[in-house]
Structures are given as C-alpha cells and as structure tokens.
Design a protein around this ligand. Sequence first.
Ligand code: S3P
Length: 432
Amino acid sequence: MPDGSNVVVRPARAVRGVVRIPGDKSISHRYAMLGAIAEGTSRFQNFAVARDCASTLDCVGKLGCEWKRLDDDGTVEVRGVGPRLNAPREMLDCGNSGSTMRMLSGILAGQPFSSGLCGDESLSRRPMARIITPLAEMGAKIEATEGGRPPLRIRGGSLKAIHYRPEVASAQVKSCVLFAGLFADGETVVEEPIRTRDHGEIALRAFGAEVERKGNASRIAGGQRLHAIEAHVPGDLSSAAFFLCAAALFPGSQITLPGILMNPTRARLLDILIQMGLKISVAHLEEHQGELAGTIEARGVAWKGAVIAGADTAALIDEIPVLAAVAPYTDGGLEVRDARELRVKESDRIAAVAANLRKMGAEVEERPDGMRIPRGQHVHGAELDSFGDHRIAMAFAVAALRAEGETTILRADAAGVSYPTFFRELETVADR
Ligand code: S3P
C-alpha cells in the first residue's frame, strides 16, 4: 500500500510486530523554537519527521536560525541565535500547523520587529484569539482577520508580565504565553482550568530556564537566557495510539513499540486502553531531558467500552478520533463529552468521525460537544475522506482493518502532517 493520495486498506486478522514510532511532534516543535533562541548549537535525535515540524523549522530558518538534518539518523541540528531573532523578509508559512503558529507567536511577540504568519486553508479557519488576547495584554500588537483567524501580523517589542487564566485548556496557549514570558519584565503566570501537557515547561527547563509549577499554575521570570542542548525525542504516543488501537481490535494481536513518550500528562491513553481491555506493559524506562520514554508491549484480548469526559477529554484530545473510529467494534460503545475543542482542530473532528462511521454503516449520535457510538455494530468498508486531517486519515485506516470488505481513504496523504510513513508501517504489521 503506497503512501499516496488515496489509500486502500484491506481487512486483517490481527496485527503483529515491532513498530519504531517517529519522534514526538509536540516536543520537536518546542525544541526547534527554543533551540532557535538559545545560545549555541542544539542537536535533537529522533526529531519528528512530521510535516508540521518541518513547517516550524522552515519558520525559524526565515528568522535567521540555521538548521540542518544530519545524515539519515533523524538528528536535527539547530544553531541558536540567542533571544534576538532576525526580522523575516517574507511571510512565515505555518502550513497545517496550529502549534507552529500559536507557540511561535509567543516568541515573535517579544521581538522588536514586525512579522506575518500564514497557513493552509485548514489553519486559516482556526481560532487565534486564544493567543492574541494574552499577547496583546502583554503589549504585542497583533492583527488578524475577522473572528481572530490567520493570517496574523505581529508587532513585538518589550512585554509586560501577566497572570493569565485561559478559558480553554490548551497546551499551545500555555506554551505561547510562557515563551512570551521569557521576554517580559517580571514573572508571567499561566493558570489553566485543566492541566494540559507540560512539554513547554519541561523543554524550557532543559534549555536552562527556571519554571515553577504548582497545581495548575506555571510561572516563568522574564530575561532568562537559554543554552543549547543535546536531546533525544521520544516516540510520539499520539502516533503510537493508532497501533495500540489496531492491536485492541483483535484478540491475539501483539505489538511492540520501543522508546515511546511516557510523560504522565500524555499517558492517560494507556490507562483508558487498559480499562478497555488491552493488555499493556511498559519496560526499559528512560529519561531524556526530563521526558520519560519506555517500550510498550500490547496484546489484544477484549475490547470494552468507555466514557471520556472532563479532564480525560483534554488529556486524550488527539486520540479521540481513533478511539471513536474503532468504537463500533467494542463491547460497550464509546461516549465522548466536553470535547467542543474537537470541532476546531485540523478538521471538525466530531463531524468527520460521524460522517465516516455512517459511511461504514455504523450508528453515531453526534452532539455539539461530543458523540455517542453504540457497541457491537456491524461495520463495512467504504470510500471515506480524510477531510485533509492527518488523524482522521489514520484513525479510519485502523478502523478499516476490522471492517467487512475494503476501505478507500481519500486524501490519505494528510497523514504526513504527523506521520509520513504510517500506511507503510500499518501494512507491515497487518496480519492477513
Ligand atoms: C498540542 C496541544 C493540543 C494538541 C495538539 C498539540 C501541543 O492542542 O491537540 O495536537 O503540542 O501543545 P491544544 O493546545 O489546542 O489543545
């Protein structure tokens, strides 16, 4: 099955084997951005191959930071220019990447020049008011189109520290404000409604900044200088999720995923999968610059249902599409609540999941902030759309493994946004 625009997935009997999952996207973005404003040359092994992270590298390149990929061992070298970047001569194109636009804006807000950020059609629809509001409060001048959508124009400069309480639980917003806090005149605090992934705080510390965490509040003092680091990026748990759900589909499956990110703010997925009946063990735990990684062994045994709500929804936000895509095969169904954010991701993920499941003959109750998918449904192959969204393309490739008959996924190349070799890997572990 080549990685192309449309991909055909045939049913399988089980999944078996070892998959080396590419480096984590969230961590790679932060390393590239902080590496750019650090002093010295950083080296990141196993840097994400995701198209999104290439967008970040391209943007920091346009801001005067030289970077290169070393041989083909996945290492990226970033030559930091220190806190003062160069004014870009052209628009910074963030492609499909909300992380690039939102987090880089935090750094640009502290730069004494004007810069423009744009993105593809999907990114141009995504809400940016969530970062414009705090950055404007800190003193940056930001223009956006109607409703706070990209493209953005940021006129940065000296910033004042703020105590910010975001309305939405978003790690991108938290990192954006903490990054801006590096350029502010006092202590910046972000107090979240629900605790989100803490890669921003961990990366800032790795680069030498002091970041204090208490409860849901993270604090950073302005004026701290960053130094270059050598780091290894753990495998992306959100990419691993597709193979774990594939294993969960078939009793008798067995999958090994070495070196996967085990950060507790991301690993809620493993608890839920265990509750749903997947047998999981983790071995060879290692720490890389404050981030935990380990080898996951998973065996499919039973596949029960789950309810995902509240803090779990925030913790599993990127994994809900694949959990929902495979929900019709569970013994208990799936209910997702408090997930309005899913509507403003790379696609409207609630609508995309519902549309594809219905095409496969499954029943779905779509709600404004979630969905309910009844258990034990008969599902058949169909022609599905990725909606240009990487996680939808991959989620339905997994669901297709247990459907009756073949499934075609249109615009499946969207997967490259986070995982360019996904379909090849899935094929190597699909046992027919
Ligand atoms: C991310 C945070 C989440 C997540 C995204 C990556 C990050 O987005 O969905 O894929 O790296 O901080 P939000 O901050 O919008 O919730």
